[in-house]
Every structure is written in C-alpha cells, then in structure tokens.
Design a protein around this ligand. Structure first.
Ligand SMILES: NC(=O)c1ccc[n+]([C@@H]2O[C@H](COP(=O)([O-])OP(=O)(O)OC[C@H]3O[C@@H](n4cnc5c(N)ncnc54)[C@H](OP(=O)(O)O)[C@@H]3O)[C@@H](O)[C@H]2O)c1
Length: 219
C-alpha cells in the first residue's frame, strides 16, 4: 500500500518509522499546505492541526485517494467532511484516539456501564492523567468515554477529574463504587506508538471503503 503523510510532526514521523513493519510504503511526507500531492497513491494519513483538516480533505478527494484523519479538534466541520466523502466516493476514517487498545477499552467501558445501569447503588468516576504539556483537560478521550457510559444507559453520577504532571503518556480510569466494593477499569498508554500503529491499521481498513467512518466501526 502506498501512503502519503500530510503533516510531518511528531505523529507523522512516528508513523513513517513504523510503516515498514505494517507493510506500508511512505511515498511522500508533506508539511506545507501549498505542496502538491503525488498523482498516485492509495491513502493519505493526516496529522496536522484543526484549521488544516478541511483543506486537506479537499486536496485528497481531488486525487481520489482514501484518507485517515488523525488531527483532533475539527468536529464542527464533520458534516462538510461527510459530504465530500459521499460526493467524491473516497473513504475517510477518523478518531480522536487511534490507539487500538483505547478503542477496545471503550467497548469494555460500554459493556460495564450497561451492566451497572441496573444497579443504582453504584456511582462512577472517570479520571485521566497526562504529561504537563497536554493543553486540554479533561482529555477528549475521557469525555468521549463518559458519553459512551451515558449512551449505554448508565444514569447515576459520574465524577470527572484530571491531573497534568511530568511525562505521563496517558492513563484513563473508569471506576464504579458501592458500599460493598469498587470496580476499576484502567487503560495505561506506554507511549505514542499506539496512535501511530492504529493509524496505519486504519489506512489498511479504509482503503476501498467509500464514505465517512469512525475507526471503532472498522475494527
Ligand atoms: N487521533 C489520535 O490518535 C491522535 C494522536 C496524537 C495526536 N493527535 C492529533 O494530531 C495532530 C498532530 O499532532 P502532532 O503531535 O503530530 O503535532 P505536531 O508535532 O505539531 O505536527 C503537526 C505537523 O503538521 C504540519 N502542518 C500544519 N498544517 C499543515 C498543512 N496544512 N499541511 C501539511 N502539514 C501541516 C505542521 O507543520 P508546521 O510545524 O510547519 O506548522 C507540523 O509539522 C493534533 O491535532 C493532535 O491532537 C491525534
């Protein structure tokens, strides 16, 4: 599979280093909105900044390649991106978190929340900790997990909290507590590799699948 990287920062470089073991050839890495894309490639993987996403979607759609959007913070443009995918027939996959482990953790949280929904004596908490350079708090991933809990029918209180310190790559914990016991579900990231490996898997999964997809639906 021939892949173009759009955005050659921390994520772009990590994806490049892990691509060979995923059987993916990186044919170009573009770090500038004015650079032309190659004429022929299969999938673009986009890790840039929110204001660049829509322009990059249009550029990739013009070439007719499929697209992985790793950049976060562009939710207000989701409808336009969907329309472009539907009109041009390209496949686009997006996720706020491309870690396969986090996406499977989400399924575990959904099922646990469904189970606890019928037992009002259990209250819940949602907690995350990240390195001190992370700007947003709580993380988008934690807020999404709380949405998943609500969506699964869990109606009791969910207390949300965050810490920022040192170099912690990222920990998310969902807990349920009653007078009798405590149940905790924990995801601990070891580094950023999980995002890059997930984005490479997403490139393989979205190739030849027209329309807009969430990564969790392609797993
Ligand atoms: N979904 C996930 O799993 C996941 C995981 C990690 C990070 N992210 C997100 O991915 C994004 C990038 O993260 P990062 O850590 O790689 O950031 P980064 O190190 O700042 O890299 C972003 C790169 O994109 C380039 N860029 C900006 N606008 C561009 C455009 N229009 N066309 C081409 N390249 C452009 C930047 O170039 P200049 O420096 O020259 O501006 C920079 O090299 C962020 O939104 C972050 O939140 C998502």
């Amino acid at each position: 599979m021939r892949v173009v990287l759009i955005g050659y920062g921390k994520m772009g470089r990590m994806i490049e280093s892990l691509a060979p073991e995923a059987g993916i050839e990186i044919v170009a890495a573009i770090d500038d909105p004015t650079s032309a894309l190659p004429d022929e490639f299969d999938v673009a993987i986009e890790f840039t900044e929110p204001s660049a996403v829509l322009g990059n979607v249009r550029r990739v759609a013009q070439v007719g390649a499929d697209l992985v959007i790793g950049t976060t913070g562009w939710a207000s443009e989701l409808d336009q991106v969907k329309q472009i995918a539907e009109e041009t027939g390209i496949g686009i996959v997006y996720a706020a978190n491309f870690s396969v482990g986090v996406n499977l953790f989400e399924r575990i949280v959904r099922e646990a929340s469904r189970q606890f929904a019928d037992h009002a004596e259990y209250e819940a908490w949602a907690y995350e900790m990240h390195h001190s350079a992370k700007k947003d708090a709580p993380s988008g991933t934690l807020l999404h997990l709380v949405d998943v809990m609500r969506d699964a029918g869990y109606g009791a209180s969910v207390d949300v909290a965050s810490n920022r310190a040192g170099r912690v790559p990222g920990t998310h914990i969902i807990g349920f507590d009653s007078a009798a016991d405590t149940i905790t579900l924990t995801h601990t990231a070891r580094n950023r590799e999980g995002f890059a490996r997930g984005a490479l898997l997403a490139a393989k999964r979205v190739h030849g699948k027209p329309g807009l997809h969430k990564f969790s639906d392609l797993l």
